[in-house]
Design a protein around this ligand. Structure first.
Ligand code: ZN
Length: 65
């Protein structure tokens, strides 16, 4: 005599998938210092700065990020 309800034991998988999704988002690396660039400030056609590291970028570099 067996009780099949034992098979219904709740099982919670660790949220590995959620961590992987977050990990897949990689900020572009700053061409000056290699730190992740979250955003680029543009003060003019030739004045771009990576944030938060603050490195100055050329127009081509800023466009590629
Ligand atoms: Zn930098």
């Amino acid at each position: 005599m067996s009780d099949s309800s034992d098979d219904a034991t709740p099982y919670y998988e660790p949220l590995v998938d959620a961590e992987q999704l977050v990990g897949e988002w990689l900020a572009p690396a700053c061409p000056r210092c290699g730190d992740p660039v979250v955003w680029v400030h543009s003060r003019g056609p030739d004045d771009h700065r990576a944030s938060p590291c603050g490195c100055r970028l050329g127009a081509v570099e800023a466009r590629e990020l």
